[in-house]
Design a protein around this ligand. Structure first.
Ligand SMILES: [Zn+2]
Length: 201
């Protein structure tokens, strides 16, 4: 029996991009990893807040500036306490913040991000047979290409995903080349089920 299944794929980051920078101790470019720890420093009446990164090899630290010489009143008490208690979600949020990357002039390695995808069936309707709809939910854009996502979740090679797209079996309401798009919150992907079954055989 065929249905139009609507499935939500929620992408949840487990890590943030590693940062490529010169490590003075190693003497070459190394990947620095988000330690998920903050450093809060009072500087007279002003405060500085950094997110600490560590060299993958020698554990040397590098601090990514989040706030520089700000008045403590500029951030809420709750936020301030989160920095002080190394709130993990906040560390993930700042580690994924492209504005922070720009401000700190860092080279973020997005391919290094590890994530989980939670599938949830939203509803079933029989009106459009043999068609599957996927809706992407992601709080943070992780720069994951749609073809990579489809390949991982459907367990079909990327070349097969490409040929399915070329045959019109994978499409989006936007009519753009879905495979070149990066997954974003609210993205909708439609797939013809018959073709998926065939490509798995
Ligand atoms: Zn190092």
């Amino acid at each position: 029996m065929s249905y139009l299944n609507i499935i939500e794929w929620e992408i949840i980051p487990d890590t943030t991009p590693e940062v490529k920078r010169n490590c003075p101790k190693c003497g070459e470019k190394k990947h620095y990893i988000n330690s998920e720890k903050f450093r809060v420093n009072a500087n007279g009446a002003l405060i500085d807040i950094w997110l600490i990164y560590q060299c993958e090899k020698c554990k040397s630290t590098w601090n990514m500036t989040i706030h520089e010489r700000i008045n403590p009143n500029a951030i809420s008490k709750i936020q301030y306490e989160k920095f002080q208690s190394n709130d993990r979600e906040l560390a993930i949020q700042y580690g994924l913040d492209t504005n922070m990357h720009k401000k700190n002039k860092i080279e973020a390695i997005w391919e290094s991000v590890r994530y989980n995808i939670i599938s949830k069936e939203l509803s079933q309707r029989s009106e459009r047979k043999d068609e599957q709809q996927y809706i992407i939910k992601c709080k943070y854009p992780l720069q994951i290409r749609a073809d990579k996502l489809l390949s991982e979740k459907l367990q079909i090679s990327r070349s097969k995903i490409r040929s399915l797209y070329e045959n019109g079996a994978i499409y989006t309401p936007e009519c753009r080349n879905v495979l070149k798009l990066k997954a974003y919150d609210g993205m909708q992907i439609y797939i013809d089920n018959k073709n998926i079954v065939l490509s798995k055989e």
